[in-house]
Design a protein around this ligand. Structure first.
Ligand code: PLP
Ligand code: COI
Length: 346
């Protein structure tokens, strides 16, 4: 990747998490059992049949990834093959064709490379968000899988996902609605899970929270996840815990953070059920984690008609601080990539 590419005249450090149209996107079409040769195109609109199953029955899924500029100008992806595998798994659940891992990663690289001028420069604090998506596009009416599909990848430069309060913490409000049933689609990155969450997010924001926190829908006791991120907790005994649940998205950021906590900070890590009301008094630090969220410390949680402070409230705790620096340092190529997580786009 040419580090000398002339960047777009954007105010990178002021970016929020909004769509910005870039030059190029990738598109491939699946028809009669095979993928077309993928192509880079300029048009951002998609014209699909009015009967397409993606727009009636939510037969669609997506992924979220980021590209970052390293100090030496290289553009780095973070564990892209895990996103590819997660999309394959979701596609199988929704009876959609597999996008092979190599095709997925190649498409992502091609789009990022073609949009190099939109990749925020090193040190700007922004990154290039990558949105791969797979949608059922063919003509249909009855409840059955589409006959053709489009796999598309577009990108947009983004800044922080959450508006943080105080010295950098966010707040979450426990939703009275469920996000996912125990044996439903919660562990898949299906758009349908998010449509159902829009009202929960709105209600959480009306309470002054950044977003909704979901408890398990069977018993309403154990933490599942936030509307767009998993949860990680540093307990007062120094261990790092994360919810065990069949109904949450298997976050790539969370897997990476748990590895860093164990291997780099020498902490005990555990994936287990976490009972919010009973255990919140034992939380030293909590955070929401994900591609968009990165690692956002949580200062307070709303439930049972009251705010409950976590740790120091408005101030991010020391362990989350270290984990953030390790994670982002690797993602940006500032720290040695000892786990082999980054992939350069050339
Ligand atoms: N949970 C939900 C519901 C999400 O939308 C996301 C975002 O992708 C995550 C968790 C975090 O997953 P990842 O770390 O793979 O981005
Ligand atoms: C991501 O973090 O990539 C997501 O997909 C969350 C989305 C709701 C912005």
């Amino acid at each position: 990747m040419d580090a000398q590419v002339t960047k777009q005249p954007l105010n990178w450090s002021e970016l929020g998490f909004q769509y910005i149209k870039t030059d190029t996107r990738y598109r491939a079409v699946w028809r009669d059992g095979a993928w077309s040769l993928g192509e880079l195109i300029g048009e951002e609109n998609i014209a699909i049949h009015e009967g397409a199953p993606s727009i009636h029955y939510a037969q669609q899924c997506f992924e979220g990834m980021k590209a970052q500029t390293a100090p030496d100008g290289r553009i780095l992806l973070f564990r892209p093959e895990l996103n590819a595998e997660r999309m394959r798994r979701t596609a199988q659940r929704l009876l959609m064709p597999d996008v092979p891992v190599e095709m997925f990663v190649d498409a992502v690289k091609r789009v990022v490379s073609a949009n190099a001028s939109w990749v925020p420069p090193y040190g700007s604090g922004a990154s290039l968000y990558i949105r791969p998506m797979l949608i059922g596009v063919g003509e249909n009416l009855g409840l059955k899988p589409a006959q053709s599909y489009e796999f598309r990848v577009f990108v947009s430069p983004v800044g922080p996902y959450y508006k943080q309060a105080g010295l950098g913490t966010i707040s979450l409000a426990v939703s009275e609605m469920d996000r996912a049933a125990p044996r439903g689609t919660g562990s898949y990155k299906a758009g349908a899970n998010y449509a159902g969450g829009l009202l929960a997010t709105k209600q959480a924001q009306a309470l002054g929270a950044n977003e909704a926190l979901y408890l398990d829908s069977r018993e309403e006791r154990f933490i599942d996840e936030a509307g767009s991120a998993n949860i990680v907790i540093v307990m007062k005994d120094g261990s790092v815990a994360t919810p065990k649940s069949e109904a949450i998205l298997p976050s790539i950021t969370r897997r990476s953070i748990m590895t860093l906590a164990e291997k780099k900070l020498g902490l005990t890590t555990v994936e287990r059920q976490i009972e919010l009301r009973k255990e919140i008094g034992d939380f030293a630090e909590a955070a929401a984690c994900g591609t968009a969220a990165v690692l956002s410390p949580v200062g307070r949680i709303w439930f049972d008609d009251a705010w409950h402070q976590v740790g120091e409230g408005d101030v991010a705790g020391p362990v989350m601080h270290k984990l953030y620096d390790l994670l982002v340092g690797i993602q940006k190529g500032e720290l040695a990539d000892e786990f082999g997580w980054t992939v350069a786009v050339d």
